[in-house]
Design a protein around this ligand. Structure first.
Ligand code: BDP
Length: 660
């Protein structure tokens, strides 16, 4: 009974956003039209970057107001041409695409037509046939607009979609940045400015995820929330369906197993489905049948004086629990050890654009490696990736784009309000993914600054209220970013004492302590011998002070593939190997106590801004940017399979991982 009361209580956590953001899926009542492919494109290179708005480029075809080029969607625009001014462009770019909309979508008054953008970095304004339909701040989460009435106005011409996207980062964006105008005429051309960022990846921009049109009936399933639990052999799926477009509707909710058999059903908009002989959702390498998903089919029927409406939406549901103790992370009440990676959405040519071959390759590599988890450093990844995680049992720490919050002015009210909105959007989008087991609200902010304490208290409390079912974390830099040479924090941060005070902000509110450290790299460079003592001290200090489980959320070293030296020297593959091995020795001592995970920095090499510490990007990958293994990948593979053998339950086919 208590369990059921708890399930009810958690669903009362109400998102402040007034609509849902269900992933668009086809069904007998919903159609979908993908707009991936070639769009026309122009960067607004006018001095104030504002010509597009001044001359209303959205009013007519983009090709009529100036030159245009082909631009693939989804993709970052930066690496598509040979033009360095486009690669490094700051400001508004314009995309346009004409779409022929099925006649029925226009004539059928009972149909809603929705335009959805999976993500566009950073700020977007969208017009349909010259009329503004929406705008959105934030580069990593979806947004939508209903456009039916607009396309009905002009039934003759194809529907023209114009999207202006601006990649400028300011003190109040997430991630933050600053625009610096260089006014010295002896050094810089007239009107010269640069974008400063305080994070270590290239600020790729453009329409990064699919744009599509989809339909629903006028009365439709707007959102579904599920929270799961189990007791012995019985699973519980507490659900809530929210309906839009009518005050009343009849619902039929059916939970189907993988073989299409109904295992539970209900006619209520909210309730608890009981699943006998439940098949739990388990992580990869923890169970012989990982990633088990049920399908919750919601069937809506409604009527008004004009028509009847029927909507069908099927949501994949994994039944599992997550709990944290002082020393353990429990999935389905069993200790889970994160042996995984940090990733980036990053690859040659398409930058941060969603790319299925890359996604599938990365999952194959993670499984080859024996990785059971990753963290979405440093922003929310595509939903398509989370769906893969659900299906393959890869566990996710879901991070918001709160990276590089280094300037005291980024702790103001406007920044906080935006950060809270982003958490709302993130939780709204990802709440139903069984693979997501923890929220990360920020990476290595300047937590020592005085306003940070209240800022993060508010943020973490808010996130826990949004979703009381998942732990919350905040990633701390045990090295302190200012020592790294990047970002240029010394110029923008008032020079306050920077020591261990960041711990004060983090630990009282988070459920799991996540620590990044780069011993023998940013500190004591070249001195591998310091790793054991420093890493040991790091763990003992954090645990001693807060008695919370710890994840080594980043560690690693750059290795230029093919660069060798023995004894090891920095930037060689041997040095990367040595760093990994030293860290692993300490992890092996502490994982028996309170260390609950290790995530290598990074899965693959990735592009960064140009700078004196980066040779065409960050080379801390254990795979190259083209996804070929460096020597370190084999060390990690051996270790991860050994850990899996020790801590998990391997299916027979994984006995010989080398053949995978
Ligand atoms: C960490 C940051 C990560 C960087 C990494 C590095 O969280 O974004 O890429 O350092 O310097 O502190 O390689």
């Amino acid at each position: 009974m208590l369990r059921l009361l708890w399930l009810f209580a958690v669903l009362d956590a109400v998102l402040l956003l007034d609509t849902g953001m269900l992933f668009p899926r086809e069904s007998s009542s919903r159609e979908l039209k993908e707009l991936s492919g070639l769009w026309v494109f122009r960067a607004d290179k006018s001095p104030n970057r504002n010509q597009g708005f001044e001359r209303a480029w959205y009013k007519s075809r983009l090709g009529e107001t100036g030159p245009v080029i082909d631009m693939p969607v989804p993709a970052s625009y930066n690496d598509i041409t040979q033009d360095s001014t486009l690669r490094d462009f700051i400001g508004w770019v314009w995309y346009e695409r004409e779409v022929v909309v099925p006649a029925r979508w226009i004539t059928d008054e009972g149909t809603r037509v929705v335009l959805r953008v999976g993500s566009a970095h950073y700020y977007s304004v969208v017009w349909v046939n010259g009329e503004k339909v929406t705008e959105h701040a934030g580069g990593h989460l979806p947004f939508e607009a209903e456009i039916g009435s607009l396309i009905q106005k002009d039934r003759i011409h194809p529907c023209r979609i114009t999207i202006a996207v601006n990649n400028t980062l300011t003190l109040e964006t997430l991630p933050p940045g600053t625009i610096q105008h260089m006014n010295d005429p002896i050094k810089y051309p007239d009107g010269y400015f640069v974008q400063n960022t305080y994070f270590d990846f290239f600020n790729y921009a453009g329409i990064h995820r699919p744009v599509l049109l989809y339909t629903t009936p006028k009365v439709y399933v707007d959102d579904i929330t599920v929270v799961t639990d189990f007791l012995d052999n019985t699973g519980f799926v507490r659900y809530q369906v929210s309906v839009k477009g009518a005050a009343t509707a009849t619902l039929k909710v059916t939970l189907m197993d993988k073989d299409g058999h109904c295992v539970a059903s209900s006619n209520e908009a909210s309730g608890v489905l009981k699943v006998v002989d439940v098949k739990l959702w388990w992580p990869y390498l923890m169970h012989e049948n990982p990633g088990y998903l049920y399908s919750m089919e919601v069937h809506l029927m409604a009527a008004d004086e004009r028509s009847t409406y029927e909507d069908v939406y099927a949501l994949p549901v994994g039944i599992r629990t997550v709990k944290v103790t002082n020393t353990q992370f429990l999935i389905n009440n069993k200790p889970f050890y994160f042996h995984g990676v940090n990733k980036h959405e990053d690859s040659d040519i398409r930058g941060k654009g969603l790319d299925w071959p890359l996604i599938v390759k990365d999952f194959n590599l993670m499984k080859w490696l024996g990785a059971n988890s990753f963290r979405t450093s440093h922003y929310p990844y595509a939903e398509e990736i989370l769906q893969m995680c659900d299906r393959h049992g890869i566990v996710v720490i879901d991070e918001c784009p709160g990276v590089g919050i280094k300037d005291i002015r980024s702790f103001g009210n406007a920044s906080l309000a935006h950060h809270l909105d982003v958490m709302d959007e993130l939780v709204r989008r990802d709440k139903n993914h069984p693979s997501v087991v923890m929220w990360s609200v920020a990476n290595e902010p300047a937590a020592e600054m005085q306003p940070a304490a209240l800022y993060f208290k508010t943020l973490i409390t808010h996130t826990k209220a949004l979703d009381p079912t998942r732990p919350v974390t905040f990633i701390t830099d045990s090295n302190y970013a200012r020592d790294k040479g990047w970002p240029p924090v010394k110029q923008i941060v008032p020079d306050k004492q920077c020591g261990s005070s960041s711990q004060i902000v983090q630990a009282p509110y988070v459920d799991v302590v996540c620590v990044n450290s780069y011993f023998s790299w940013y500190h004591d460079p070249g001195h591998l011998e310091v790793i054991p003592i420093q890493l040991n001290a790091q763990f003992e200090n954090w645990y001693g002070k807060y008695q919370k489980p710890i994840i080594q959320s980043e560690y690693g070293a750059d290795a230029v593939p093919g660069l060798h030296s023995d004894p090891p020297m920095m930037f060689t593959e041997e040095y990367q190997n040595a760093v990994l091995r030293s860290y692993h020795d300490i992890f092996d001592q502490k994982r028996k106590q309170y260390v609950i995970g290790e995530l290598i920095w990074n899965f693959a090499d990735f592009m960064t801004a140009q700078g004196i510490t980066r040779v065409v990007g960050n080379k801390k990958g254990i795979f190259t940017r083209q996804r070929q293994p460096k020597a370190g990948a084999f060390i990690l593979k051996e270790r991860y399979w050994r850990l899996a053998n020790e801590t998990g339950k391997l299916p027979p086919w994984t006995k010989y991982p080398c053949s995978l």
